[in-house]
Design a protein around this ligand. Structure first.
Ligand SMILES: C[S@@+](CC[C@H](N)C(=O)[O-])C[C@H]1O[C@@H](n2cnc3c(N)ncnc32)[C@H](O)[C@@H]1O
Length: 303
């Protein structure tokens, strides 16, 4: 257990490590496995949903790469597993930059151990409820060029945060230059059943209880970004139809198993995903006049 930080409370289940268990990983403890098994007992398709979400993340990153994006900020990145963002990105461009952010010490310790020293990839331990801390962080500034397009990923993380999550997403939207992609997956209330209520009750025992939101509230997180059509070839959508179950966002044949699990599982049907693109900047004001001081010093230099 060299990957487990000493200060961990091993008696309390944790959503990051339960997710690792759902995905078949080994970075979890007895309390996590017990809580995850209790969730699976009432909602066996949660493990399918976790795999389908992970497959969505892969397809969304591949989509961003196809748009020419070479910088990624993965917020609530979790415990590294198969198909991490840097693995996907580097399979297309070895120079792609990836910043991972997570609040959970095991996720961060394991990511650090896996990444070693790599100038193209880094990890910050931070709470995404403080977006400015992340955007202004020296690690972000070193790794990510905010003047170039980037993909910002909020994949299966915002439903662990109570309150106004737009206050978290908005500063990222504002920092994203034209051509950037915003990627979100989020468990929604949809047709809540006794099954979803029981899953919610079980997550109350973790430090991050599940916060199901309405579809319209998740759509609002994309602001004025143009929604990418969930099916290739269709026009981009400004409406709610651009949010679909994670398994239905541009599925690939190899993801068929996860997609097949959907009709049986209200949890998967309400686990929605979407990608929004920031369009070109619209000029709303005249270019700012040059500051008087700089103008004066240039005149000085010209003399
Ligand atoms: C279900 S996992 C998702 C992992 C990964 N994004 C994926 O979709 O495969 C949720 C992750 O969000 C992290 N998380 C939850 N609340 C957070 C917060 N306020 N700030 C940063 N990370 C958070 C958890 O620690 C966990 O690793």
């Amino acid at each position: 257990m060299s990957w487990a930080p000493a200060e961990l409370d091993l008696s309390r289940p944790n959503a990051a490590r339960m997710y690792d268990y759902f995905l078949g990983g080994s970075h979890n403890f007895a309390a996590d496995r017990q809580a995850a098994d209790a969730v699976l007992a009432v909602a066996p398709h949660v493990a399918d949903a976790a795999r389908a979400n992970r497959a969505f993340l892969r397809r969304a990153v591949q989509y961003a790469l196809k748009q020419g994006i070479r910088q990624f900020i993965d917020l609530g990145s979790g415990i590294p597993t198969v198909g991490n963002v840097h693995d996907i990105a580097h399979s297309v461009d070895a120079d792609a930059r990836v910043l991972y952010v997570d609040v959970e010490p095991v996720a961060v310790a394991h990511a650090r151990a896996l990444l070693g020293v790599d100038p193209r990839v880094d990890v910050i331990q931070a709470d995404i409820c403080f977006p400015d801390f992340i955007i202004d962080n020296p690690t972000t500034q070193r790794l990510i060029d905010l003047d170039r397009p980037m993909a910002v990923l909020f994949v299966s993380v915002l439903h662990f945060i109570p309150g106004d999550v737009n206050a978290i997403v908005e500063p990222f939207r504002a920092a994203m230059s034209p051509g950037s992609a915003l990627v979100i997956s989020h468990a929604t209330s949809g047709t809540a059943t006794s099954q979803t209520e029981e899953v919610q009750r079980l997550y109350q025992r973790t430090p991050t209880p599940l916060q199901l939101r309405h579809l319209a509230d998740v759509q609002a997180l994309f602001g004025d970004f143009a929604m990418v059509a969930p099916q290739p070839g269709a026009a981009s959508r400004a409406d709610r139809a651009a949010l679909v179950p994670v398994s239905h966002w541009r599925p690939e044949p190899k993801d068929h198993l996860a997609a097949r699990g959907q009709p049986a599982s209200p949890f998967l049907a309400n686990f929605l995903a979407g990608v929004g693109m920031r369009g070109p900047a619209v000029m709303t004001e005249q270019p700012k006049p040059e500051p008087a001081k700089r103008q004066a010093s240039r005149q000085e230099g010209q003399r």
